[in-house]
Design a protein around this ligand. Structure first.
Ligand SMILES: N[C@@H](CCC(=O)N[C@@H](CS)C(=O)NCC(=O)O)C(=O)O
Length: 225
């Protein structure tokens, strides 16, 4: 679905880092919506001498984070805003259900993952904490978040996070489970999360967008996302 060299056509351009869970959300969403795109690998480690992103990148995303999506002549930042944009402008293969209550449930799960869990284990947070504390910290906050999420999903899920239709919530679940594995949390208490994740892992789009299948993937990985 993606090609890895940015060229001058009208395809959206995704600035993505292979191990970034936020980038992966968008790679899954673009894949599920069947939107072809070009990918610009953007290393979180590729910084200038002052240890911040280059000024060109900061111009695009003042928060100095991935992902960024250039689409329809706009430069969009933040994975959730990007997913909503492609959902609102491309009606095929919807990522949100029609029913307002069901839609609210999808959004609730997106919020749990994207606001309640991921920011606490983001690379910059862990780097600030230092090596000694950071692994325990990440495992603690992911586990705490997953305890709540497991309860929510045990009531809402079918094959996927909310019923049997794949949604934006699923785009956010898979990358967070991947991160949780990296911090070696104990999954025994999360059977629903693991069941849904296994269903999602068998989706071709999820496989294709996996960090290991990205052009910037190298075997030696970053410790945190
Ligand atoms: N709310 C933002 C968060 C983006 C974010 O945290 N991105 C991480 C990677 S997943 C990042 O770029 N961190 C900066 C760094 O590690 O230098 C989004 O969902 O796009």
């Amino acid at each position: 679905m993606f090609s890895s060299t940015a060229s001058n056509n009208n395809k959206p351009i995704l600035y993505s880092y292979c191990h970034s869970s936020c980038s992966w959300r968008v790679r899954i969403a673009l894949g599920l919506k069947k939107i072809p795109y070009e990918l610009v690998p953007t290393s979180l480690l590729k910084t200038d001498a002052s240890h911040s992103y280059t000024s060109e990148y900061t111009e695009m995303n003042p928060m100095q984070q991935v992902p960024v999506l250039k689409i329809d002549g706009h430069t969009l930042c933040d994975s959730v805003a990007i997913m909503h944009y492609i959902e609102e402008t491309r009606k095929d293969n919807p990522l949100l259900p029609q029913n307002p209550q069901v839609r609210a449930k999808v959004r609730e799960i997106v919020e749990i993952l994207c606001s309640g869990i991921q920011p606490l284990q983001n690379r910059i947070v862990l780097a600030h904490l230092g090596n000694e504390k950071s692994k325990k910290w990440a495992a603690h906050w992911i586990t705490r978040g997953f305890i709540g999420l497991e309860k929510v999903l045990s009531a809402s899920s079918g094959k996927y996070c909310v019923g049997d239709n794949i949604s934006m919530a699923d785009c956010c679940l898979v990358p967070q489970v991947y991160n949780a594995r990296r911090f070696r949390i104990n999954f025994d208490q999360f059977p629903t999360i693991m069941r849904i994740n296994a269903n999602l892992e068998s989706e071709p789009t999820v496989h294709e967008s996996h960090p290991h299948n990205q052009p910037d993937y190298q075997k030696k990985k970053l410790k945190n996302d």
